[in-house]
Design a protein around this ligand. Structure first.
Ligand SMILES: [Zn+2]
Length: 424
């Protein structure tokens, strides 16, 4: 346990916040600080072929210790943290034997992590929690994942009696700004399949995620002196208001869950002459996803028609771009990779929580690049903010899941069954 705590703290105290406005990879120079440290650590624990490329993508190998042919599997996590909340000067607090009561994160600023608001806390009574000091995020997303992978590899190296095939480790920058998989060299990684260790609470196992698109919609207007504006002024901000009202009611992030998709208006800047509305579109179902994009086009057309005479040209210009797709399509044909993870958890007494991700992961992009890649819990809660915390016991369990997946893959039961069913 102490080893996990020490390792985790050595990572989260290095600031690796990414920056979506940057065009370089990694998006921030400071991500190199942790990247270089990880390379050294992977070499020290005894992994082979430890490489880091010019974009800070790290890969390493644990060679097979069995005679027979075994699929090569990979474990992946990201070392950047979200730009949504500061990740500088993280001062982790360790709460041993959590008593189920309020945790004072910061007495000066009266910041409390309370189980009355965050009910999940109660399932960790008696466990050791790592929290923030209330002024930063923690970075369990996804330095918990890195901690678990490094610890599992070290465990396998120190326990050669545990049989496994070739295992690859991959650490990426810039996942939080959606670019973690962009420069990931799937061919070089050379795995039959992989898992991202980037989920939240213990037991999470995910292979379905949103189809995602982003829309930037520009509304034009005409400014005229308000005293003499009748029939002349076109106020683009008011058109946006009408536009938003045309979107289906109740289909926002705060009103949906499970497989329900949504439109999410996340940014708006405006003046009379021009207003820009940015929204994202999310749906697990491919058909419904396409329908949502069509709706944006339809509403835009409606406004263009309405103002055609008065404005003379298109008053609404909608640019819609696909961002990522549901990995389910790529994972279901090789479903045994999910089954192995599920079996590993059950054998360790962990209840698998299989549910659709309401977001995307590096794994969904990798799945479309030819590396099927479900997501497994890393143990943290309340990502991207000051209430983020992680139970050390959950990280310990994640280490065990990695080890067990390696063992089960070497046994090959699932592969045979899969091949058998294909032969039938
Ligand atoms: Zn993450």
């Amino acid at each position: 346990m102490q080893q996990i705590i020490d390792r985790f703290i050595s990572y989260v105290t290095i600031d690796t916040e990414s920056d979506s406005s940057s065009e370089t990879t990694p998006s921030t120079v400071k991500q190199w600080d942790l990247a270089h440290k990880l390379v050294e650590e992977l070499k020290t624990i005894g992994l082979q072929d430890v490489t880091i490329d010019d974009k800070a993508y790290i890969m390493a190998t644990l060679p097979s210790n069995v005679e027979q042919e075994v699929p090569t599997i990979g474990f992946i996590s990201h070392f950047d943290t979200t730009p949504d909340f500061t990740g500088a000067n993280v001062k982790p607090q360790i709460i041993p034997n959590y008593d189920g009561k309020d945790i004072v994160l910061n007495a000066d600023q009266n910041i409390i992590l309370s189980p009355t608001y965050f009910k999940d806390l109660l399932q960790y009574k008696g466990q050791t929690l790592i929290t923030t000091d209330g002024t930063t995020l923690l970075g369990a997303d996804d330095k918990a994942g890195i901690t678990e992978i490094v610890t599992a590899m070290e465990f396998l190296i120190n326990n050669p009696d545990i049989k496994h095939g070739k295992i690859r480790v991959g650490f990426t920058p810039d996942e939080e700004i959606g670019r973690g998989a962009h420069h990931f060299d799937v061919e070089k990684f050379g795995c039959d399949w992989a898992y991202t260790m980037d989920g939240s609470q213990i037991g999470e196992l995910e292979y379905e995620n949103f189809n995602a698109a982003g829309a930037k919609i520009t509304f034009k207007g005409k400014s005229v002196h308000p005293g003499y504006a009748k029939g002349k002024m076109i106020n683009s901000m008011l058109i946006v208001n009408d536009f938003i009202n045309e979107l289906p009611k109740g289909e926002t992030p705060q009103e949906t869950k499970g497989y329900q998709g949504f439109f999410h208006v996340h940014h708006l800047t405006g003046s009379i002459e021009e207003t820009v509305l940015e929204l994202i579109i999310r749906d697990h179902n491919k058909k419904k996803f396409e329908k949502r994009k069509e709706l944006i086009a339809k509403i835009s057309q409606k406004f263009n028609k309405k103002f055609a005479k008065q404005f003379g040209e298109d008053i609404v210009i909608a640019e819609v771009k696909d961002q990522y797709y549901n990995m389910k399509e790529k994972v279901v044909p090789v479903k045994h990779i999910v089954d192995i993870a599920e079996k590993a958890m059950k054998e360790l007494g962990i209840k698998p929580v299989i549910k659709p991700i309401r977001g995307g992961t590096d794994g969904c992009q990798l799945s479309y690049k030819g590396l099927p890649c479900p997501n497994i819990f890393a143990g943290g809660h309340n990502f991207h903010g000051k209430y983020e915390y992680v139970p050390v016991e959950s990280m310990q369990k994640a280490v065990e899941v990695i080890v067990r997946i390696a063992e089960l893959t070497a046994k090959g039961d699932f592969i045979k069954k899969e091949v058998k069913s294909k032969i039938k």
